[in-house]
Design a protein around this ligand. Structure first.
Ligand code: AMP
Ligand code: ZN
Length: 497
């Protein structure tokens, strides 16, 4: 049986048994959003993938410190070292303070993660809150000969690094090929080599986000913040670093070079990458114009959407594929997910309601017990196989079949015995709620529900069934709702204490 967690490590390109550096503690860092626009559904997929990893590690009993940053400076339009700062540009466009942009989209990000029941990280540091630490790391890199200053900007010297270390170990890029592939310096003549990347950039007069440093008034390079904040909160060598697949190069490759250059240590034991959400086979991205926003999805208000889909439907849809495979958006798949989600959540409602009861005439059946324990093992085997939620969902549905059989009476409680009955119900509830993070989407229309009960109340009253009348009143009262007999009708109000 596969009872040990194995994870696919993008660094070794192999599945490895998960053994934290300092068990039971696990340090996990995930690159967070650049807060210059609303998060789209593609971003959600990546954060959801790491939410499952976080949840499952905690479920296994690890003490996880989950750090997910907010990028609020340094991420330039081109994703490399030129162009405007994404946040600075938006601030100028809207005539706002950069920090107003940062706050607005950080709030939006938090709203969206809450809607999808994505857990908050333990620490959420921001790049602008760590300028001093970034300056310090640059100083260390200069001291160690891995960085050089030109005209107030500082660059990482990739060829120098490659003399003693290997640049490209994560992405498989070969330095010589990278150098041959980029003929010009694309207007970045300051760099010794086109593959060098900025650690600090001197701000042009038009650049509004700027800080003092020993080299110039300027701003840090995008890759630096993650090296600084991950090692600050998790130590120079920590367990898991994640992000979307598109960050592997150059972002994560540069992170490795910065950390190894500064500390002499490989910073990360397991590099995990979530794959892309695609639309008609193409990565969902704001710049390609094929992205849509969560609220458009919930309202069904986008050309690509045939109808609205609820947050939990979308969560279920995403969990039906393994995080390392691409996932293509389609209305049909979401429609099917809506059905699957309802089925799974009805199982949850049922599992919480069912009570064990003995049937005197029925004996315990070893075979049934074995079968149920076998399905539970399969659930864990799937999750232990690099967090394979797709397979786990199939196995959880097998558990549901047993729960449904108990509900219909086809499977008698006594066949399982109390212990296995409890195990079945608690495993189902835990896997669905705690590990998959699926929640009931309760009807928001409470008035509609009460109206149905009022109808029953009126019928009982006109039938002079006063026992029933009192029972309905008492039961609603226990939920904080009181009925008001009026002249022509019956109304309701919240109970005043
Ligand atoms: P950004 O705000 O652009 O820095 O992206 C935040 C996170 O979302 C990064 O980890 C990206 O890799 C990830 N991401 C961006 N587009 C997609 C997509 N289409 N599918 C999955 N993840 C994505
Ligand atoms: Zn990062």
């Amino acid at each position: 049986m596969q009872n040990q967690l194995r994870v696919y490590n993008s660094l070794s390109k192999k599945k490895e048994i998960f053994e934290p550096i300092n068990p039971p503690f696990v340090g996990m860092y995930v690159c967070g959003p650049t807060v210059y626009s609303d998060v789209h559904l593609g971003n959600v997929r990546t954060f959801l993938s790491f939410d499952i990893i976080y949840r499952y590690l905690k479920h296994l009993g690890f003490k996880v410190r989950y750090v997910r940053n907010i990028t609020d400076v340094g991420h330039l339009e081109s994703d490399s070292d030129d162009g405007e700062d994404k946040i600075g540009k938006k601030a100028k466009l809207e005539n706002l303070e950069p920090m107003e942009i940062v706050q607005r989209y950080t709030n939006d990000f938090h709203r969206v993660t809450a809607q999808f029941n994505i857990l908050d990280p333990d620490i959420e540091p921001s790049a602008t809150g760590h300028i001093q630490e970034q300056i310090k790391m640059i100083e260390t890199l200069i001291e160690k000969g891995f960085a050089y200053e030109v005209n107030g900007s500082v660059y990482f010297d990739v060829s120098k690094y490659n003399e003693t270390e290997k640049y490209g170990i994560l992405s498989g890029r070969v330095l010589e090929e990278l150098m041959a592939g980029s003929r010009t310096l694309d207007g970045q003549e300051e760099k010794r080599n086109s593959v060098d990347f900025a650690l600090w950039k001197k701000a042009s007069p038009a650049h509004i986000m700027r800080w003092k440093s020993p080299w110039s008034i300027g701003f840090p390079g995008w890759h630096l913040e993650c090296s600084v904040m991950s090692t600050k909160y998790l130590g120079n060598a920590f367990d898991i670093h994640g992000g979307g697949m598109d960050l592997k190069f150059p972002h994560h490759e540069c992170e490795i070079a910065q950390c190894v250059g500064a500390t002499g240590k490989q910073p990360v034991k397991y590099w995990l990458h979530a794959n892309m959400l695609t639309v008609n086979g193409q990565k969902m991205s704001k710049s390609l114009g094929n992205s849509f926003l969560p609220h458009e999805l919930f309202a069904g208000s986008h050309d690509l959407l045939k109808e609205p889909y609820s947050p939990m439907t979308v969560r279920f849809f995403m969990l039906q594929s393994h995080y390392s495979s691409t996932l293509d958006f389609s209305n049909d798949a979401l429609k099917a997910a809506a059905k699957g989600y309802k089925k799974m959540i009805n199982g949850l409602v049922l599992a919480k309601q069912l009570k064990f009861h003995e049937d005197a005439s029925v004996e315990m059946q070893e075979k049934t017990i074995e079968q149920i324990k076998g399905i539970i093992d399969n659930c864990y085997r799937a999750l232990n196989d690099d967090f394979n939620t797709a397979q786990a969902i199939a196995q959880i549905f097998n558990l549901l079949k047993k729960i449904n059989s108990i509900a219909t009476g086809n499977l008698k409680c006594s066949e399982l015995g109390k212990e296995t009955f409890d195990l079945l119900m608690s495993t189902y509830v835990t896997l669905v709620e705690d590990v998959l993070g699926l929640q009931e989407e309760k009807p928001s229309n409470i008035s509609g529900m009460i109206d149905i009960i009022i109808d029953l109340y009126k019928k009982a009253k006109s039938a002079k069934d006063y026992e029933q009348v009192d029972a309905i009143r008492a039961s609603l009262k226990s939920h904080g709702v009181v009925l008001k007999d009026m002249k022509e009708t019956v109304g309701w109000a919240y109970e005043e204490l």
